[in-house]
Design a protein around this ligand. Structure first.
Ligand SMILES: [Ca+2]
Ligand SMILES: [Zn+2]
Length: 332
């Protein structure tokens, strides 16, 4: 098992859920415990779960979808965040990015489901990131940000571009434009590095944070190994030191690994990706958990309703006949 793979599993335990991200939806089920589909008046899934999902999207969210993204998985977890050694059974995950929310329903083949509406950033477009390297004086963070990191970001962008080309798209769906800054550890409050502390400091230094969509903090202290974490649906990503043998410098390989953590795993959490969206299955199927941290269809990156427009760009996504704005989105 590679260092990077271990790191991903470590990170899986450290996700922070922003309190504002989870809003109650209709009972039964949503955000609460799993429920049986019959309780919502929906049919049990046959070998094809489509009609069950269409019914659940309507009953849970009033979303008149006709073509949601549905991905099968061997291990279906109904109560995220879960631990992977929980019992699980076959089922499906379905998502729909509509406005500033992703609507997620998980369904087991024996007819139980959970539903969540999660406020999120949308996985599309030019995403402006500011990478903040915390300087502990023990690793070459300045050199990394001036030399290796830009190449790491370019490789991430190259992966998105190559995938888009393979799909026949004219341009990539996601590209990152990154700037970076080094911040001495001593300039920050003594508490663990966190969003308010970093933002306050940068603002005091005169940085216009409105120029960036997501802050990426490279909090790389070999004396205090950690994983990465992000606010679910939020605008803050942190990456800790996770290589064995603490000391040493960061080379291109390690820079690429930290970039994968930041721009693929943790960034996906800003899109409200939960680990339970076909994680292990995707890894096994594609051999690539860097770009495809989950199935591309679940990020809206693949057309579902036959108009050749990926749903994340589609003005009438998932087969809706008009852009449908649920009442719950008012005032956002
Ligand atoms: Ca479409
Ligand atoms: Zn995670």
């Amino acid at each position: 098992m590679s260092v990077r793979t271990r790191a991903f599993f470590l990170m899986g335990t450290l996700m922070v859920v922003g309190a504002w991200a989870l809003l109650p939806a209709r009972s039964p089920s949503a955000d609460g415990g799993p429920a049986a589909v019959e309780a919502d008046g929906c049919p049990r899934p046959t070998p094809s779960p489509t009609s069950t999902f269409l019914c659940l999207f309507q009953s849970q969210f009033k979303l008149p979808l006709r073509a949601p993204a549905i991905v099968p998985q061997e291990c279906t977890y109904l109560t995220p965040p879960s631990v992977y050694n929980e019992p699980c059974g076959p089922g499906w995950t379905s998502t729909a990015y509509v406005g500033q929310y992703v609507y997620r329903i998980t369904l087991t083949s024996d007819g139980r489901f959970s539903a969540r509406r999660l406020k999120c950033r949308r996985p599309v477009g030019a995403i402006r990131t500011l990478t903040v390297g915390i300087d502990y004086g023990t690793v070459n963070i300045g050199q990394v940000l001036s030399t290796y990191w830009p190449l790491s970001v370019a490789r991430v962008n190259g992966s998105h571009a190559a995938w888009a080309t393979a799909q026949g798209y004219q341009s990539p769906l996601v590209q990152f434009t990154d700037e970076s800054v080094v911040v001495p550890r001593g300039a920050l409050p003594a508490r663990p590095v966190d969003r308010p502390g970093v933002r306050d400091y940068l603002s005091q230094q005169g940085l216009d944070l409105s120029a960036f969509d997501v802050l990426i903090v490279l909090d790389l202290d070999p004396l205090s190994p950690a994983g990465g974490w992000a606010y679910l649906g939020g605008d803050f990503v942190a990456v800790g030191w996770y290589f064995e043998g603490g000391a040493g410098t960061i080379d291109q390989y390690r820079s690429d690994a930290f970039a994968a953590t930041a721009f693929q795993h943790e960034m996906a959490h800003t899109w409200a990706w939960e680990h339970e969206w076909t994680y292990r299955e995707t890894e096994a199927r594609t051999g690539n958990i860097d770009l495809f941290i989950t199935e591309p269809a679940l990020f809206g990156w693949i057309d579902q309703d036959g108009d050749s427009i990926p749903e994340i760009l589609d003005a009438t996504p998932y087969g809706m006949t008009r852009l449908f704005v649920p009442h719950t989105s008012r005032g956002q």
